[in-house]
Design a binder for this molecule. Sequence first.
Ligand SMILES: Nc1ncnc2c1ncn2[C@@H]1O[C@H](COP(=O)(O)OP(=O)(O)OP(=O)(O)O)[C@@H](O)[C@H]1O
Ligand SMILES: [Mg+2]
Length: 362
Amino acid sequence: MASPLLLDLKNVNKIFGQNHVLKDINLQIEKGKFITFLGPSGCGKTTLLRSIAGFYTIDSGDIFIAGNRVNELPPYKRGTPMVFQEYALFPHMTVFNNVAYGLDIQKRPEDEIQERVSAALAKVKLTGLEERYPHEMSGGQQQRVAMARALVMNSPIILLDEPLSNLDAKLREEVRVELRTIQQELGLTVIYVTHDQLEALSMSDEIVVFNKGVIDQHGTPHEIYYKPRTQYVADFIGTTNFIPVEVVRIEGSRITVKYGKAGRTVTVESDLSLKIGEQIMLSVRPESLRINEQANEHDFVIQAYVSHSTFLGEKERYFAVDKDTADWVPQWIIDAYDIGATRYRGSIQISAAPDKLHLINK
Ligand SMILES: Nc1ncnc2c1ncn2[C@@H]1O[C@H](COP(=O)(O)OP(=O)(O)OP(=O)(O)O)[C@@H](O)[C@H]1O
Ligand SMILES: [Mg+2]
């Protein structure tokens, strides 16, 4: 029976010599989603993309595309074209020939090629530029040609490996919006690889965070940012504060933890399964902390000293030392927005509402 999932990876492993690069990857992707693979260099993003596309044979596990097991199929039979950053387009070929390339390889009839290339170029709004060469086009237009080249194959999934990394910041932003618009208008399923966190947060329906060949978390950008499952994810996406805490009471999903030398407690909603006495981490984003504001009795509160601060235009970023700890390395980062003339120095109180706090157990 056909699976409702477009892509289903089951216990996928890939080993290069001694290097176990993909470790038991399980991942389900639905049709029409923009999925981002995010992670630092060397964590296996390209390897997984190439395994899905069929350029690498996996060592164990199964890959299903639209319900069909494709492990043994060569790339051209999987229908998962890949757009690579390095050689996005053939420089010596016109736009038309670049887009027609995949169909030429399949030896499709001439009139069918003509028709499908025209349709793909129309979708990315490049009609009329068929005879141009890549060097005669802007970076954004070249990227759209690369998209058309993938679209022309009528593929169920399009795989994009860091397609924007050659572009400058401003153009990157434009092309990012364009890519997302094309994906949404055409209802495409796209897997996009990047190590740029902002890009991932702003473009994706779902983000898959990789940590040394393992998926640490798969969720919406909001979940990944506010409810990171591991310290690695919390650290990798933006900036966060961690403080060690001990579990002292559990009432369903309401977990009370003890923190600091004075043993203050705070109660946080969490779906972790925990035990009394367990040592875990509490994380809170710099923008969720308030300085010297009247704290409510259920709030999280820390006394600290300002070590230094940096003016960043829309905000002032404070670095503060926890009064509970003996060392003078600042552990707290607090962002204060729209500060005007206010600048805190010396002793401060940091607080946060319980709904801004998040528990992590590894
Ligand atoms: N063809 C190959 N042969 C041997 N080892 C490889 C091969 N391709 C990748 N590797 C190794 O597998 C690991 C993961 O590489 P991969 O290219 O998947 O990382 P990545 O997440 O895409 O990194 P980046 O962000 O730098 O592109 C690395 O240790 C790399 O050296
Ligand atoms: Mg890569």
